[in-house]
Design a protein around this ligand. Structure first.
Ligand SMILES: NC(=O)c1ccc[n+]([C@@H]2O[C@H](COP(=O)([O-])OP(=O)(O)OC[C@H]3O[C@@H](n4cnc5c(N)ncnc54)[C@H](OP(=O)(O)O)[C@@H]3O)[C@@H](O)[C@H]2O)c1
Length: 314
């Protein structure tokens, strides 16, 4: 190389030198990628000073989509949207707690399916996600089984249908217990166990909070979902300093028992026709967006309501 440099004009060897340098950089970049890969025990943490920090300085340095080694609780995940979320998180490597209230058979089948993927582990836990005692039991069981908690998905919810004249106290209480109080107390039970930084909390609302086509019988449902959106905004500020993000997923109409309950087929068809894709959403339309919010790549998405509705509400 010395002889080459002494006897050859610089301009003629420059291209070769540059290509060697580029190869060396590529090799180094690959090494850095491997060594910075987050592990369960120690996730890279960058201190920006003044108490500000981030789980990873540049999400593209680590595998931005990987949930490997994370532990996720998904409330109401024996079927419908929750089950699809549990499958998606597990397929990306997370260990998942499948929560249910009645249908132990579906919950256990889902656990077996997740185990058959050969990635994350799964357990099923019966607990009422609309009560304080159920919330505590769910988190206790999670920590007993996995020893940690990274992702909390507050998916379980109810949607009743009554107009102002029909609403009574048990009806409104049921909605606020299940859609607001339960999720809030689950966060309270989980917050000390959630990983910091890197913890993820994802609430569930509905695109009806912003749809002009909302009907009077959705009063209690929409009021309770609006409340959880506001809880989510405030918690994002509260927990952000710990490196925990708090967001809300707000689906449009999704073809599940909750959506179909009490609706004649012509009403379902007319709702589907309001989506530009001329169809209802499916649970699998929602799950990948939830998985993204749960991933390291979403560390800078905080306090947002993400509408996943195929253009039902724009
Ligand atoms: N579907 C839609 O069109 C739509 C639109 C916008 C927003 N959302 C929201 O998305 C979320 C999921 O909706 P979905 O349509 O998938 O609902 P779904 O079909 O009613 O989901 C049923 C799941 O929730 C579980 N569950 C019910 N009550 C529970 C409780 N008290 N504790 C724990 N788990 C409970 C069920 O368990 P068992 O199997 O044991 O009964 C089952 O796993 C809800 O928050 C809903 O408001 C849905």
């Amino acid at each position: 190389m010395h002889a080459l440099l002494l006897h050859t004009p610089l301009h003629s060897i420059l291209p070769e030198l540059l290509s060697k340098l580029e190869a060396a950089f590529r090799f180094l970049a690959q090494k850095i990628r491997i060594h910075n890969y987050p592990t369960v025990e120690s996730e890279p943490k960058v201190d920006y000073g003044n108490g500000a920090y981030s789980a990873v300085q540049n999400a593209s340095v680590v595998n931005p989509a990987s949930l490997e080694g994370k532990v996720a609780v998904v409330t109401g995940s024996s079927k419908s949207i929750g089950a699809s979320i549990a499958k998606e998180l597990a397929s990306q490597g997370a260990n998942v707690v499948v929560n249910y209230i009645n249908d132990f058979k579906s919950a256990d089948e889902l656990v077996l399916f997740i185990q058959s993927l050969g990635k994350g582990k799964a357990i099923s836990v019966k607990a009422d996600a609309g009560t304080i005692s159920g919330s505590k039991a769910l988190i206790d069981e999670t920590i007993r089984a996995f020893g940690r908690l990274d992702i909390l998905i507050l998916n379980a919810g109810i949607m009743g249908s009554k107009t102002l004249e029909q609403i009574d106290e048990p009806f409104i209480d049921a909605h606020f217990n299940m859609n607001v109080k339960g999720p809030l107390f689950l966060v309270k039970a989980a917050v000390e166990a959630l990983s910091t930084p890197g913890g993820r909390i994802i609430f569930f609302s509905t695109s009806l909070t912003t749809a002009s086509s909302v009907l009077p019988n959705a009063l209690c449902y929409v009021a309770s979902k609006a409340a959880i959106e506001q809880v989510s905004r405030v918690l994002a500020k509260d927990l952000g300093p710990r490196g925990i993000t708090v967001n809300t997923i707000s689906p449009g109409p999704v073809d599940t028992p909750l959506f179909r309950e009490g609706k004649p087929q012509h009403v379902i068809d007319s709702i589907a026709a309001q989506c530009p894709g001329n169809r209802l959403g499916t649970p699998d339309d929602i799950a990948p967006v939830v998985a993204f919010l749960a991933s390291p790549a979403a560390q800078w998405v905080n306090g947002q309501v993400i509408r996943v509705n195929g253009g039902f509400v724009v």
